[in-house]
Structures are given as structure tokens and as C-alpha cells.
Design a protein around this ligand. Structure first.
Ligand code: 48F
Length: 257
């Protein structure tokens, strides 16, 4: 006979263990879009203590919607190398252009990342960072719903050797850091340079070049990297996002050794 209380206890105990284990991390990733997921997947594969926080119910960020809700995405030759490495299938459209189902990519990235050991906390928002000795040293988190409703509920805090801002266009982590601490970022202006309009070729290259540490302890990836460092947007071509996550993970794995 199924016991309802045992079911509840199972959920509570398993969640509390997962959350407690995530309070001291090698890398805390904010944002579960393609760049954050790829970074989390490679970091977890390398055995790093890594967790991801996303304020939304579903993980995958902008992947699900493809282009204007046509649920297919395009990946160019360079990005296809990451798909091959991670075991995704795609179809050749024209030389140098491949397509894949965005639902397959989003759900596949989540599945592979969690299987590799990435702890994902959906419905949890980053509202602030922890600062220690002039570097970003962790996250201040709260329920996404609390943030949305603007309720007065104090948050919880976790420590991380590195934080990755993978929050997409708003670059939420870097924005909070600059707004509250008035720090200089390692960018052309010392501040948030801001995202430029669309130019797919340059945007894809920018995304990878801009994926780096912009303040001690704080890395940026994906569209957050372009928003912080001033790169072009590229729309529904996703190779740059995959390469961005891979680059950040490789750098962090070296740093953590
Ligand atoms: O925007 P998003 O998909 O991140 P990305 O890796 O990928 C960009 C592409 O999807 C697309 C594109 C294609 O080439 O340009 O736009 O840069 O996902 C960002 C995730 O961050 C979450 C948000 O819910 C989304 O799932 N997020 C944003 N702010 C916060 C947050 C926050 N403060 N706390 C937690 N999650």
C-alpha cells in the first residue's frame, strides 16, 4: 500500500540533501540556457562540484522556441563539433549549416547534464552575489516566485569558487554586481558595454571571445557574455552558445586544478 507521507518524505529528504550538497561548490551556474547547460555538462563530466540555478520552471532557456517558435535551431560547422562530442544528431541543410529539433536539443542537454552529475535547481533565482576579499565568492538565492511577487522573504546563501553568469540577454549577475558594488569589470569601458544589434557571423565569434572571467570569480557565457562585453546578437544559430559553454568549462576545469 502506498503511503502518502512516505512519498512526501522522499521528496523532502532527497531535495534537502541535494540543496545541502550545493551550498559549497566549485562552480555555481546562474541560468539554464544552452551555454550554461553545456558548461555544466562538461564541468560535471570532469567531476567538479557544480550546480545550476534557473528562476523558471523549465530548463533550456531560449532553446525550446527555436526561431520565432519554429522549433528547429541551426548550428554551423564549428558548433557541430560540440554536438558530435556530446552525441547529438543533426541534419545537413546546406554546406556548413545543420538543423536540429530544438526540443531534442533542450531536453537532451538537460538529460545529459543531470546524468553527468550537474545538480539543477529550477524555480530558484539568483538575487545577489557574495563578495569576499574583492572577488565573487557565491550566490544569494531565493525562490523564483518570491522574486516575481516581490515578497519580503530573506534569501539563502551558498559559496562557490567561481560563479558563471549564463543568464542570457539581461546578464543578471554582472548587472547586480555593477549596480550594487560599483566595481570595474574587465571590459572595454569597465562597465556593462551592452549587446549590439544582429550580425550573426560576428555575433557568433563575439560570443566565444567574450566568454571569460570579467571580474575575479565571475565568468560570463552565451548572450550574457555579449551583453557584458558588447557583442552582436545572432538569433537562432546556436553554435556560438555551445562553444561558449565548452570554452568556459575548459578554462574553469584548468583553474580548479
Ligand atoms: O537566454 P538563455 O537561453 O541563455 P544563453 O545560454 O542562450 C541564449 C540563446 O537561448 C538565444 C540566442 C541564440 O543564439 O541568442 O537567446 O545565453 O537562458 C538564460 C536563462 O537564465 C535564466 C532564465 O530563466 C533563462 O532560462 N535566468 C535569468 N536571470 C536569472 C535566471 C536569475 N536572476 N536567476 C536565475 N535564473
Amino acid at each position: 500500500m502506498l503511503n502518502e507521507v512516505t512519498i512526501s518524505r522522499g521528496i523532502i529528504d532527497a531535495y534537502m540533501k541535494k540543496l545541502s550538497d550545493a551550498l559549497e561548490l566549485d562552480v555555481a551556474i546562474v541560468g539554464g540556457g544552452p551555454s550554461g547547460l553545456v558548461a555544466g555538462l562538461y564541468l560535471a563530466k570532469a567531476g567538479k562540484r557544480v550546480a545550476m540555478f534557473d528562476r523558471r520552471l523549465s530548463i533550456g532557456g531560449g532553446v525550446w522556441g527555436g526561431g520565432m517558435m519554429f522549433n528547429e535551431v541551426v548550428v554551423q560547422e564549428e558548433g557541430k563539433a560540440v554536438l558530435d562530442d556530446l552525441g547529438f544528431f543533426c541534419q545537413l541543410f546546406q554546406p556548413g549549416y545543420y538543423t536540429l529539433d530544438s526540443v531534442y536539443l533542450a531536453s537532451g542537454l538537460v538529460y545529459k547534464a543531470v546524468s553527468a552529475g550537474l545538480k539543477i535547481f529550477n524555480l530558484v533565482a539568483m538575487e545577489d552575489v557574495v563578495i569576499k576579499q574583492g572577488r565573487v565568492a557565491g550566490l544569494v538565492i531565493n525562490w523564483g516566485a518570491v522574486e516575481t511577487l516581490k515578497w519580503h522573504v530573506d534569501p539563502l546563501t551558498l559559496h562557490a569558487s567561481y560563479v558563471l553568469d549564463a543568464t542570457g540577454h539581461p546578464a543578471n549577475v554582472a548587472e547586480v554586481l555593477v549596480r550594487k558594488m560599483g566595481v570595474r569589470l574587465d571590459t572595454a569601458t569597465g562597465g556593462m558595454v551592452g549587446e549590439k544589434s544582429m550580425e550573426a557571423e560576428t555575433g557568433e565569434i563575439d560570443t566565444v571571445n567574450n566568454s571569460r572571467e570579467v571580474y575575479p570569480g565571475l565568468f560570463v557565457s552565451g548572450m550574457a557574455a555579449n551583453a557584458v562585453c558588447g557583442g552582436y546578437r545572432m538569433g537562432p544559430v546556436f553554435g556560438g552558445m555551445l562553444l561558449s559553454g565548452q570554452k568556459v568549462a575548459r578554462t574553469l576545469i584548468e583553474r580548479l586544478q
